[in-house]
Design a protein around this ligand. Structure first.
Ligand code: HEM
Length: 454
């Protein structure tokens, strides 16, 4: 069930629901028994959060929903040695110097979107538009180009199929769970099976073509898939004879699907809340534009060096993700009894870190916790958090989001190119309804009034 999270609703959720338990040793094990057969505990204490995210082999990812696994069974779902091997193979593809190679692809996608917007206002002083679908389309385009390079069109098709899969998965999750039901050949299950097969066959084709060209040393690699395959070959070569010697083709397919699943929606959400918050805080919009124009000028093409110098834009993005974290909750599970500070957590407890609530907690962020104040981050994240683990839009610790730098570069590039050309404010038809279902998105879209920047 989705939860509405306007300011009022957050407050209600905060106090009126059992979600904001603070735990203490005195509850002991009885507390968990009282909670029923699948005990679930919310963790809001920064030291406990740090403990959970540091001990990645003791606190595992919670058993994933079978349908999420069906859509993308990659790094996010792996544990132990398999996770460590995959993370090691995938990591190099996300290094900054590799991301630099993907910048032209990212620029191309942003350029297409701003050109479309420019066309819309070519004969008008201002236009109303819902920025949400355009921003979703943008991040889909960016991931298709940066993940698959020359196979971009096939990549986009995969993405369309995945959107339908996610829609079906959501419908499925909203029905009563009957074990084994997904194997019954209902219309929905048959469609899901068909979509899965089509995604796999498209990916298999792209991967085998690329694999051949890498082995034949035909082209230098500048996309995620190529970098992944190269790194995988290296791992297989160096670790022959070990239990996990790199990834199989099936593994690579799953990781590619995950790039879309984990990276597209989340980044478009960061962008859409940034557009909405800059619409309601025009003074910050002006400051951000001033900075962008100073660094790149009116027509300059954003490069990595310049993007890294955008201090105001970075502060804004951090504050947007504090108030509207795209991922609102992270869950973990412990198979054996574990110590967390002074707490003893019995085996089999589901632990939830409610990112949204931690980010809104007055204890950590002050009385103005619910206000948009990018200046909190003027001296970076560690100063804003006083070195506590209370800011985790990308998670924390060894399992921190592998695509964090990718997402931040993409968001800075998109915002820089939008701010260079346009100014924008909220349309009267905008209805504020942040909705948390898997991710925290604006339920009714982001209607803005777009003008040429002065
Ligand atoms: C604003 C954008 C993004 C946000 C807010 C975000 C958020 C997160 C969070 C909170 C986690 C940690 C989950 C956990 O600990 O259980 C995570 C993990 C992950 N993210 Fe992201 N993400 C974003 C963009 C991306 C992008 C662009 C990609 C890839 C292209 C990506 C790929 C992944 C992967 C593969 C993992 C699993 C890492 C592991 O388990 O080792 N994410 N992300």
């Amino acid at each position: 069930m989705s939860v509405l999270l306007g300011t009022e609703e957050v407050a209600y959720w905060h106090s009126g629901d059992s979600i904001r338990w603070t735990i203490s040793q005195e509850f002991g094990k009885d507390f968990f028994k009282w909670m029923g057969p699948t005990p679930r505990l919310n963790i809001m204490n920064p030291d406990h959060i740090k403990g959970i995210f540091s001990k990645i082999y003791d606190f595992e990812k919670s058993t994933p929903n079978p349908l999420v696994v069906l859509i993308a069974n990659g790094l996010t779902n792996h544990e132990g040695e398999k996770w460590a091997t995959h993370r090691k193979i995938i990591n190099p593809a996300f290094h900054l110097e590799k991301l630099k190679l993907m910048l032209p692809a990212c620029y191309l996608s942003c350029d297409e979107m701003v050109k479309r917007w420019e066309k819309l206002i070519s004969t008008e002083e201002s236009v109303e538009l819902n920025a949400w679908p355009d921003l979703q389309n943008l991040t889909c385009d960016v991931i298709s180009r940066t993940a698959f390079g020359s196979s971009y069109e096939e990549g986009k098709r995969i993405f369309e199929l995945q959107i339908e899969q996610v829609e079906l998965a959501i419908q499925y999750m909203q029905t009563i769970y009957i074990p084994g039901w997904r194997f019954v050949p209902t219309k929905m299950n048959r469609r899901m099976k068909h979509l899965t097969e089509e995604v796999h066959s498209l990916l298999r084709r792209i991967i085998s073509r690329r694999d051949k060209s890498i082995r034949a040393e035909e082209a230098a690699t500048a996309d995620l898939l190529g970098l992944l395959l190269e790194s995988n070959m290296k791992e297989q070569h160096e670790n022959r004879g070990n239990k996990y010697t790199g990834m199989s083709i099936q593994d690579v397919i799953e990781e590619c699907k995950l790039f879309y699943f984990a990276g597209q929606e989340t980044t478009s959400i960061l962008l859409v809340w940034t557009v909405i918050l800059l619409s309601t805080h025009p003074q910050w919009q002006d400051r951000a534009r001033e900075e962008v124009l100073q660094v790149f000028g009116r027509d300059g093409k954003p490069d990595l060096d310049g993007l890294n110098r955008l201090k105001i834009v970075t502060m804004i993005l951090y504050e947007v993700m504090r108030l509207y974290p795209p991922v609102t909750m992270i869950n973990r599970f412990n198979r054996k009894e574990m110590k967390l500070g002074k707490l003893t957590i019995p085996a089999g407890v589901e632990l939830s870190v409610p990112i949204l609530l931690v980010h809104h907690d007055k204890e950590h962020w002050g009385e103005d916790a619910k206000e948009f104040k990018p200046e909190r981050f003027s001296e970076g994240i560690s100063k804003a958090t006083r070195n506590q683990v209370v800011y985790l839009p990308f998670g924390w610790g060894p399992r921190i989001c592998i695509g964090m730098n990718f997402a931040l570069i993409e968001a800075k590039m998109a915002m820089a190119m939008i701010l260079q050309r346009f100014s924008f404010g909220l349309s009267p038809s905008y209805a504020h309804a942040p909705t948390a279902f898997l991710t925290l998105h604006p339920q009714h879209g982001a209607q803005i009034i777009l003008r040429r920047a002065e």
